[in-house]
Design a protein around this ligand. Sequence first.
Ligand code: AMP
Ligand code: TRP
Length: 333
Amino acid sequence: MDGESERKIILSGIQPTSTFTLGNYIGAMKNWKKLQDENDCYYFLADLHTLTIRLEPKELRAKTAENFALLIACGLAPEKSLIFIQSQVPTHAEAGWILQCYTQFGELSRMTQFKDKSKQHPENINAGLFAYPSLMAADILLYQADYVPTGEDQKQHIEIARDIAQRFNGLYGEVFKIPAPYISKQGARIMSLADPARKMSKSDLHPRGPVLLLDKPEIIMRKFKSAKTDSGTEVVYGEGKDGINNLMTIYSCVTNRSFEEIEREFSGQGYGAFKKAVGEAVIEELRPIREEHERLMKDKIYLESCFRQGAEKAFAISRRTLTKMKKKLGLLM
Ligand code: AMP
Ligand code: TRP
């Protein structure tokens, strides 16, 4: 993916349910930023997707504003990438409905995220939670995306988007480009610090599981110092060492050092010194982001102009595909 002629369309989204985590940053945003110079990138807050679980309206509004600023603070530049809020672009919900009619009950039933979330919220297994992948397919296919950079957990959803696109194209001709997942080899699945057998997640209720991008330095350090590890002492990557493996992955992604370099650097030093070093590296990586976020949050006019313009442009682009879909289906225009 380099060179002018190789310019690709890149698209990804993230739910603004709560403050982004270090997992989101390493698995998603850090890669999104790298891609924006040489490609046409579209990044958005998937707020319609958050409606599949119950959130306080006040909370959703606040988190959407906070996280929009956070995307920019992480280095996504509105003058390079198109950054927008999903619910402000009506084509998504409309195309989402159409694509639900081209998604099978059986394939949706196999989605692991649906199974997990139904277990987490047995009192609210709504139709939106079930049909979530159809809306996500619409998000991707409306923009004719070539690549969808996400963490490992979204791979299954990208695959179903490909299946839906192929099915639709098979019936009506070439309407959609077939998108491909773009998942980095390292850091695609950062684990919880409190329980390294589980994914680091925004919705984790454990106070020391997720590191949030806006956590203060002392909080970040406390979380790393209390990170769960095994009973060994040597900083080496290996089986049965989920906690250390996770810390090594984080350290490697943040400092660009290889596992061998890390093992050499911390040889004979024990877990305590290593945890402290990882904490320090993460604090330094996140410091400019937190400071930029604080500055941006004071500039509401700028933020609003960014998301208004983003939505307008996204609408103009996505409408082309939606119009094509509707014509092919025989909807009178
Ligand atoms: P979500 O938090 O589910 O809205 O996910 C937003 C993006 O972050 C998606 O690309 C996910 O794949 C990615 N992501 C979420 N959690 C992690 C994690 N623990 N490690 C790596 N990537 C993640
Ligand atoms: N489902 C994604 C998540 O929970 C968010 C998302 C919504 C998305 N639409 C998308 C990601 C389109 C990539 C492309 O992380």
